[in-house]
Ligand binder design. Structure first.
Ligand code: IPE
Ligand code: IPE
Ligand code: MG
Length: 250
């Protein structure tokens, strides 16, 4: 991945009074949304995928430069084969269909997560979308697919250990600045605001390292009902928060 020069924020005292620059969303509740309508869970996933475009498109107006969305976790493989296969097919279709729209809107897309378990066709589409949007300077959209925070830290540690054994890294130099360089998110700033829809107040293995000082919003709306308007309200709430990063205001 190329490095993004415009990433060093998230330090105490910066950008506090404004809206969030990096919003990360745990898009939850698709299954319950479908169940409430007497439909199969995949119906909810399709409705959820259709919500993404509006949310991506409202980002520039809200001052959100980075949007990260959780699409599939390393734990979601435990679902039925029908649901997993349906989701993988939905991802393939979503990428093929949205490729042009995202490119036209100057959105840059990146994927995080472990690709090894994904099928070749999906990986090729992910690569193509990343390449197609590589020069785009607008909203930086990151899609977490087969992503788990613990898995990411384990994979990062493996790479870091390899650099140590190859003599490229001195263990004495490993600190809070070094480790994130090995994470999937190495070119992204930490999220300022993490939103989870559907009423569950948990993180479910999302951006564990990166969200150490994020603000959180757990809202009852099921993801297929989420709107740009709601995101705007969350951004306003964020603006009223006092991020102290462990310091005391004098
Ligand atoms: C989130 O919706 C999408 C994925 C995890 C892929 P869910 O499928 O978890 O929906 P609920 O939580 O069962 O309602
Ligand atoms: C988290 O939702 C993963 C995604 C939104 C992709 P889950 O529905 O899988 O999380 P749990 O199982 O309720 O913790
Ligand atoms: Mg869920």
């Amino acid at each position: 991945m190329k490095t993004d020069t415009d990433i060093r924020d998230n330090r105490a005292g910066e950008g506090v009074a404004q809206g969030p620059r990096h919003v990360a969303i745990i898009m939850d509740g698709n299954g319950r949304w479908a169940q409430a309508r007497g439909r199969p869970r995949l119906f909810g996933h399709h409705a959820g995928a259709r919500r993404v475009r509006e949310v991506v498109e409202c980002c520039p107006g809200l001052g959100i430069r980075y949007l990260t969305i959780f699409a599939f976790s390393t734990e979601n493989w435990k679902r039925t084969q029908t649901e997993v296969a349906g989701l993988m097919s939905l991802f393939r279709r979503y990428i093929s269909k949205e490729m042009k729209a995202l490119a036209a809107k100057n959105v840059r897309v990146r994927f995080i997560g472990d690709r090894v378990r994904l099928d070749r066709k999906l990986i090729d589409l992910m690569d193509a979308l990343e390449l197609e949007t590589e020069e785009n300077t607008g909203t930086q959209l990151t899609i977490a697919l087969n992503y788990g925070g613990r898995d990411e830290v384990a994979r990062a540690t493996k790479r870091l250990a390899r650099d140590v054994s190859d003599g490229k890294l001195d263990p004495a130099d490993v600190d809070e600045e070094t480790l994130p360089k090995y994470l999937d998110t190495c070119v992204l700033p930490d999220p300022d605001l993490v939103v989870r829809t559907s009423g569950e107040a948990r993180i479910s293995n999302f951006l564990l390292w990166q969200s150490a000082y994020a603000e959180y919003e757990f809202i009852d709306t099921l993801w297929p009902d989420f709107t740009a308007k709601e995101l705007e309200i969350l951004c306003q709430n964020y603006g009223a928060r006092d991020r102290r990063f462990g310091t005391v205001k004098t």
